[in-house]
Design a protein around this ligand. Structure first.
Ligand SMILES: CC(C)(COP(=O)(O)OP(=O)(O)OC[C@H]1O[C@@H](n2cnc3c(N)ncnc32)[C@H](O)[C@@H]1OP(=O)(O)O)[C@@H](O)C(=O)NCCC(=O)NCCS
Length: 213
């Protein structure tokens, strides 16, 4: 348990340039407190002590502004920066080494039953204000932009941006393939065909002229 806590504090030091000593992070960062409370709430939830589990999670929400349902599965070294206004739903799963900012919702759309919330891969960044809604996967190493609303699967190494979110980068490369087309130097295709036909007719006329000599 201490090892897990220590690696989480180290993750805060790595990811938050403003973070200083581990003691300061442990005492003052509500993201750390919310995850610690969640570990207790999740343990109670798994033992089927649902009321107590919910009580711990509501207590945590009151103190931290971060609401993690006791049923949610949270991986190791999660960093919640700034906290406040974060909601993580019952069937949400968050992988290892993720970074979540304030105002993030990992929620449902209201259209699904059973598994209703997203599965977040490892090393995923979910920027401030982003909403990830539905029971789909967000791939490893992906980035969700600030204020994006993600409604469908995100592949590994992708950047999702906008409302509804579009994949604009995969492994740092743009997915706006249309933007890569050279539109300024493209000739008129009809004129190109006519020119090719005219050339062909000329060749045939020259061949005929030779034969008739
Ligand atoms: C998405 C983000 C993580 C950058 O990821 P990236 O993979 O490096 O993506 P890029 O910066 O190359 O941006 C890709 C494209 O998305 C656009 N974009 C980036 N963030 C955007 C956003 N939040 N909303 C809309 N468009 C956005 C960029 O302008 C760029 O557009 P282009 O393809 O037309 O050039 C970053 O822009 C972001 O949103 N960070 C927020 C982090 C945060 O929450 N900070 C709070 C600290 S308190």
């Amino acid at each position: 348990m201490f090892k897990t806590l220590n690696e989480t504090l180290e993750a805060y030091q790595r990811r938050d340039p403003a973070a200083r000593s581990k003691l300061e992070i442990l005492l003052l960062y509500q993201g750390v407190h919310a995850v610690l409370y969640h570990r207790v709430a999740h343990w109670l939830y798994c033992k089927n002590w649902r009321f107590l589990a919910r009580w711990v999670s509501q207590w945590s929400r009151f103190w931290t502004g971060i609401e993690i349902h006791p049923g949610a599965t949270i991986g190791r070294r999660l960093v919640i920066d700034h906290g406040m206004g974060i909601v993580i739903g019952e069937t949400a799963e968050v992988g290892d080494d993720c970074l979540i900012y304030h105002g993030v919702t990992l929620g449902g759309t209201g259209k699904d039953q059973g598994k209703r919330h997203p599965t977040i891969g490892n090393n995923v960044l979910i920027s401030c204000g982003a909403k990830v809604l539905g029971p789909f996967k967000v791939g490893d190493n992906s980035r969700i932009a600030a204020n994006a609303v993600v409604l469908s699967e995100v592949p590994d190494d992708a950047t999702a941006v906008g409302i509804p979110a579009q994949i604009v980068r995969i492994a740092g490369r743009t997915t706006h393939f249309a933007d890569e087309v050279d539109q300024t130097s493209v000739e008129n295709p009809t004129l190109e065909k006519l020119a090719a036909l005219a050339e062909r007719v000329e060749q045939l006329e020259q061949q005929l002229a030779k034969q008739n000599k």
